[in-house]
Ligand binder design. Structure first.
Ligand code: IMP
Length: 209
């Protein structure tokens, strides 16, 4: 059976990937379950670059792991963020670091709303982007991308989700991503889409091994 190590410490992301890969004969481990920890500098300029940096770093560490199954594991890593068109795609790859890593999202969200003061609906377009990188046991690297399009709202709305969800308005659903349940959001989110694209790629490649 193939083993996948997903380079995240986030329990929500682990739940989501396990759910999406559940029909494949694959053992999915978090970094903690694989006994790996690392401080990785994400200095890429695109979501894909950062995802590849993380996946390669973890794959490199696993090559020296005592457990042979983990030496041959598939490593996945993701990177995501918010692009606001009016702000020239800021905060982009700096989404987590925008105004400082430890600054509350209420402050970050209010700042984005302020920077869009007077900007009409049609110019408030934005998207969440998620890139997922895979490093296969033979060293092959590839990425998938998922996107969800929306608009920056005029105030924070909703208590679900995290990060920029309360200001990310979905015109077709007439609510923000912070007003969706976890299940509803996973069905349409950037991460859900990137994960499902990754699932299809892995299925193709593993079946062809
Ligand atoms: P990371 O890829 O987990 O490092 O996420 C990067 C940052 O992008 C997060 O800290 C959030 O600020 C933002 N972000 C990514 N996905 C979402 C989302 O689904 N909702 C709200 N914010 C998000």
């Amino acid at each position: 059976m193939e083993t996948i190590v997903f380079a995240t410490g986030n329990a929500g992301k682990m739940r989501e990937i396990r759910e999406i890969l559940k029909d494949m004969d694959i053992n999915v481990l978090s970094m903690k379950e694989a006994g790996v920890s690392a401080e990785i500098v994400e200095d890429g300029t695109t979501f894909e670059e950062n995802a590849v940096i993380k996946a390669k770093a973890i794959a490199h560490i696993l090559k020296g792991h005592a457990d042979e199954t983990l030496q041959h594991a598939i490593v996945l890593a993701d990177d995501s963020g918010l692009e606001v068109d009016y702000l020239k795609k800021e905060p982009g790859v700096y989404s987590a670091r925008y105004l400082g890593e430890d600054t509350p999202y209420s402050v970050k969200n209010q700042d984005i709303i302020r920077r869009l003061t007077g900007v009409p609906d049609e110019k408030r377009t934005a998207r969440f982007v998620c890139a997922i990188a895979a490093v296969l046991p033979d060293g092959e690297v590839f990425t998938t991308r998922g996107v969800i399009e929306g608009r920056i709202g005029y105030q924070e709305t909703g208590d679900n989700g995290f990060g920029y969800d309360p200001i990310f308005y979905l015109p077709e659903y007439e609510c923000t991503t912070a007003q969706l349940t976890e299940e509803e959001k996973n069905r349409i989110s950037h991460r859900g889409r990137a994960l499902r694209a990754m699932q299809q790629e892995l299925e193709k490649r593993i079946l062809s091994i």
